[in-house]
Design a protein around this ligand. Structure first.
Ligand code: ADP
Ligand code: MG
Length: 314
């Protein structure tokens, strides 16, 4: 099997997506550009031992890679259109490729975001995924438009990502099977909050997905919007499973852990009712955790300064 057979067998799928007349197989893919829309796109690279465990099941690696990348579209309020993937593989391992491609296509289908092209080379295992989406012109949720007085929300739970990494790293043998499964899924299949992101358009002023840690990512919003934030630490939504794993560390994981891929967003008071209606429609829970204030930096209600401690590569 050569490079082209590999692409044909594992990555090419008959396209049934309207608006994507040409996908894998030509020099470029073609996507129709609907009137009144803007293209939003983002690329992420995942490396073994930095972003996933190299000996993990290939299906899990693909799932994590795709979901983590798709999360950026959610944070912009964009609807997925398709993705491209540059893959560097140390060897042609068909068993690995089968699991990897099945995981990838399964979630691609689930989020209506097909694989439309890519590149395949031999080298150290590296996965780069570029996601493409559409938003109505001028309506993308940016980091830079939070306003003083906005309420700050997060979706679902924060801290699960870090708790999951802890559970996987320490192989926590004491964990019950359903807890192991819970953390395995939180790490390898973080839910990209696409429907929530779409529903926040016209409601939220600013949004970001929590990859580096709640405080670190909220800090990005604050810096880009030239504002500060006040957080009520008691309101931070932490999952029962994360608390059960370590009550002492759970708040730290929630504030600084990262890898949650939940959305953090700001909403003016006049849009709060609308927010409640929209989140009911999409079935995602959101929790108000603080307020955008004048000045800079992030403080708790008690006045303690919260400094970002998110992961940095350099
Ligand atoms: P070119 O020589 O024009 O760069 P390639 O030989 O790299 O083209 O790729 C041939 C076709 O297969 C292209 O349509 C490309 O988008 C697609 N492709 C290559 N690698 C992948 C991959 N890992 N996933 C999806 N599509 C891929
Ligand atoms: Mg070409």
């Amino acid at each position: 099997m050569g490079e082209f057979d590999l692409i044909e067998k594992y990555f090419k799928r008959e396209s049934s997506y309207p608006g994507v007349p040409l996908a894998v197989g030509d020099d470029c893919a073609i996507v129709d550009m609907p009137e009144g829309k803007q293209l939003v796109f983002s690329i992420d690279t995942l490396l073994p031992e930095v972003h996933f465990f190299a000996d993990a099941e290939p299906r899990a690696i693909a799932t994590r890679a795709f979901c983590v990348c798709l999360s950026d579209l959610a944070a912009m309020g964009a609807s997925p259109v398709g993705f491209t993937m540059a893959l560097s593989l140390p060897e042609l391992n068909e068993c690995w490729l089968k699991g990897f491609s099945e995981g990838l296509h399964y979630f691609a289908e689930k989020y209506r975001c097909p694989l439309i092209g890519g590149d395949t080379v031999k080298g150290p295992l590296t996965i780069s995924i570029q996601v493409h989406g559409f938003v109505n012109k001028g309506q993308a949720l940016k980091r830079s438009s939070a306003k003083v007085g906005d309420a700050i929300f997060v979706s679902e739970f924060v801290g699960d990502g870090a708790a999951a990494l802890h559970a996987l790293k320490n192989k926590e043998p004491a964990l019950a099977l359903d807890d192991q499964n819970y953390f395995f899924c939180r790490y390898y299949a973080p839910v990209p909050q696409i429907s929530l992101g779409e529903s926040l358009v016209g409601v939220a002023n600013a949004a970001i997905d929590i990859s580096d840690g709640f405080v670190a990512d909220l800090r990005h919003i604050c810096r880009a919007s030239d504002v500060g934030a006040e957080i009520d630490l008691r309101s931070i939504p932490v999952s029962p499973k994360t608390i059960a794993l370590s009550r002492e560390r759970s708040l730290d994981w929630a504030l600084h852990g990262g890898d949650d891929y939940q959305l953090c967003f700001t909403v003016p008071d006049v849009h709060k009712n609308q927010l409640q209606e929209r989140v009911l429609e999409v079935g995602v829970s959101v929790t108000e955790v603080g307020r955008i204030v004048e000045g800079e930096g992030i403080r708790s209600c008690e006045g303690e300064e919260l400094c970002p401690r998110g992961y940095q590569h350099f």
